[in-house]
Design a protein around this ligand. Structure first.
Ligand code: KIV
Length: 279
């Protein structure tokens, strides 16, 4: 069954936790879809995990459309959310609607996600008026990395926590269908979740949210180096890949690969004839 804005809302109402993962390509999206994940986010995190940038800021609309279209071709039942990249919605409401439209028309997204609270409510209203569902994103919003002075947990002081609650209510009023809460204290996320009728999807925001989202390279153990506190590595797929690649190298070098079962046969008479002609 296709996951939609309505099914996600029903999940919140019934207490059935929403599962969301990032994906950026056809093959991964297809596996996630077959596993029954509720929603896929084509996050602008693709700038870091797929393209090797230091942060999400260089990601373009073309990058997002290219990866969203690949995911859409692989995912049949999941709700597909595409991130609006940095500077694709901040400059004007008109540009925001045009770019959201491109993610739906050219990428096949079911919804778009943008970062911010009160300051993006006009954009949310206009995009929703164009019949495009919007997922909001509050807390540690990575596109504000320079303004925050790094990837830092948000909402730890009374004033900042209060502002996040106000922002959550404003984006809901503007028409957002869900909100990602990233890098905020678990108890604050719980308060926001209780106050909203739309689903909250947490990442580094505790288990009081209506659902969770993780970057798949993190949760499958494909990333190396520093891992954020909120990441759980559900598998060590990086180790599996390394083993497979190392086995391929040694078997190719030793000649063990390809073996008989990996080769195509031909009539011996044809080979004898060819050999004679070569003499
Ligand atoms: O870009 C992304 O992957 C995200 C998630 C971290 C929520 O926005």
């Amino acid at each position: 069954m296709k996951n939609t804005v309505s099914t996600l809302l029903k999940q919140k109402q019934s207490g059935d936790k929403i599962t969301m993962l990032t994906a950026y390509d056809y093959t991964t999206a297809k596996i996630m879809d077959e596993c029954g994940v509720n929603a896929i986010l084509i996050g602008d995190s693709l700038g870091m995990v797929m393209l090797g940038y230091e942060n999400t800021l260089p990601v373009t609309m073309e990058d997002m459309i290219h990866h969203t279209a690949a995911v859409s071709r692989g995912a049949v039942n999941t709700f597909i959310v595409a991130d609006m990249p940095f500077m694709s919605y901040q400059v004007s409401v008109q540009e925001a609607v045009i770019n959201a439209g491109r993610l739906v028309k050219e990428g096949g997204a079911n919804a778009v996600k943008l970062e911010g609270g009160a300051e993006v409510c006009e954009q949310i209203k206009a995009i929703v008026n164009a019949s495009i569902p919007v997922v909001a994103h509050l807390g540690l919003t990575p596109q504000s990395v320079n303004a925050f002075g790094g990837f830092k947990v948000q909402g730890k002081s009374y004033d900042k926590a209060k502002k996040l609650i106000e922002d959550a209510l404003l984006i809901q009023e503007a028409g957002a269908c869900a909100v990602v809460l990233e890098g905020i204290p678990a108890k604050l996320a719980e308060i926001i979740t209780k106050k909203l009728f739309i689903p909250t999807i947490g990442i580094g925001a505790g288990n009081g949210c209506d659902g969770q989202v993780l970057v798949y390279q993190d949760m499958l153990g494909l990333t190396t180096g520093h891992t954020a506190k909120f990441v759980k590595r559900f598998a060590e797929a990086g180790e599996l890949m390394r083993k497979g690649i190392n086995d391929y190298i040694s078997e190719t070098k030793s000649g063990a690969f390809p073996a008989e079962e990996h080769t195509y046969a031909v009539d011996e008479e044809i080979i004898s004839q060819l050999l004679k002609e070569c003499e």
